[in-house]
Every structure is written in C-alpha cells, then in structure tokens.
Design a protein around this ligand. Structure first.
Ligand code: HEC
Length: 205
C-alpha cells in the first residue's frame, strides 16, 4: 500500500510537473525572476543551437573544396615519346593514332616503304623534298608531270585539302581530307614513315 501510495504520489507529482511544464511553468518561473527578463531568457537557449549549427556547416563545406587538389594543367602538349616528337611544329604535336588511322584512306593506292613499289598511286617514300610527279617508273598524269614544285608538308596539306582544285587535271581519284587536324596528323605520319629530312626542304617554304 505504501508502495502503491508513493508511486501514485510520484505519478501524481509527475502529472503535476507535466501540467506545470505546459501551463503553469511560464506563470510560476517569471515569479522567481523579474518579469522583464522572461522573454529574453526563454529565447536565448533556442537561438544558440540555431546559430552554432550553420556555423559548423559552413566550416565543413569550406574545408571540403579546399581539400580538393586543383592540379592537371598540362598533358596534351608535345610528348617526347611520340614518334612525331622530332618533327617541326605543328606536326610534332599531332596525334599518332589519328595519323595512322587517316592514312587508311590512302593505303589502297599508296605504299610508304622504300622500294615497296607503286599501286594505283606512286610510292610515297622520300616524298618530302621530291619534285612533284617525278618518281621514276610511275605513269603520272600530264598535270603532275608538268607541275613545277617540290613537295613540302605545306604543299601536301593543300593537295589533301582538295586535290582537284590544288592541281586541276590530276588523276588522283580522291575527295580529300576535310578536317585540318586529320591532315596535320596524316602528314606527320607520312613525314615519320617516308624519311622526311628538313634539310631537303626548299629555303623559301
Ligand atoms: C584511289 C587511289 C588514291 C588514293 C585513295 C589516294 N591517292 Fe594519292 N595519288 C593517286 C594517284 C593515281 C596519284 C597520281 C596522280 C596523277 O598522276 O595525277 C597520286 C598522287 C599523290 C601524290 C603526289 C605524289 C608525287 O610523286 O608527286 C601525293 C603526295 C599523294 N598522292 C598523297 C596521297 C595521300 C596522303 C592520300 C591519302 C590521304 C592519297 N594520296 C590517297 C591515287 C590515290
């Protein structure tokens, strides 16, 4: 009975406290302190956590981007291991795989190896520094036979841009290589495969 009684009392006092907390506390607590401080005293605890939370969040987010490294500046420049590395600019920075791939457009008609013979088109070994239409044993069109210039990377670039307008009447049945980066790459490939020698280039080119 005692136990029950005290429990009941405790429960009753809890209820009373709960009731006080909800309804009576505001009324009774101000009584302990001057009425003027009531409102600030109640607001302060509520504001403090609200202010510290954003501050902590800002610190975290500020630290995250600061920790991310900002490197990775230069990679796609001249690569010393590229087969094109020793060529003059802009061919030294051309993409080797692009050059080899683009040459597939030519390989049904042209062989690049020295002494490899001719196909529909002339063998291109030693092309750079060679007079246009001058390879012995190849039956050039009159247009190429009569052409009076030496093949340089720049001349090949114009030839491949549009073979028909570069030299009207030639017999190379080929539409050309439209993309400039493909031309630079295939010319670099030709240079590296056909024995390009800068000292054989005409001085005025
Ligand atoms: C369908 C066959 C064919 C294709 C494809 C072709 N060519 Fe030719 N090429 C020829 C013929 C034929 C000639 C000779 C044209 C003439 O006598 O008028 C020639 C001539 C040339 C010449 C002049 C050579 C010299 O000795 O004066 C160059 C340079 C050349 N081709 C480069 C290329 C390149 C580079 C490609 C690929 C991007 C290519 N050709 C694709 C058939 C072809």
């Amino acid at each position: 009975m005692k136990i029950y009684h005290s429990t009941a009392l405790a429960a009753a006092s809890l209820l009373a406290l709960a009731a006080c907390g909800k309804q009576e506390a505001p009324a009774s607590e101000p009584a302990a302190t001057p009425p003027a401080t009531e409102a600030p005293a109640a607001e302060t605890p509520a504001e403090t956590p609200a202010e510290t939370a954003p501050a902590a969040a800002e610190t975290d987010t500020a630290a995250t981007p600061a920790a991310a490294p900002a490197s990775d500046t230069s990679t796609a420049i001249a690569d010393a291991t590229s087969p094109f590395a020793d060529l003059p600019a802009p061919y030294n920075t051309a993409d080797y795989n692009r050059g080899r791939r683009t040459f597939k457009l030519c390989q049904s008609c042209h062989i690049l190896t020295e002494g490899g013979g001719n196909l529909v088109g002339p063998n291109l070994y030693g092309l750079f520094g060679r007079e246009a239409g001058s390879l012995e044993g190849f039956a050039y069109s009159p247009a190429l036979q009569e052409a009076d210039f030496i093949w340089t990377p720049d001349k090949v670039d114009h030839w491949l841009e549009n073979p028909n307008t570069f030299l009207a009447g030639n017999r190379m049945t080929f539409a050309g290589v439209r993309k400039p980066e493909d031309r630079v790459a295939v010319i670099a490939y030709l240079m590296s495969e056909t024995g390009y020698d800068a000292s054989k280039m005409p001085a005025d080119e």
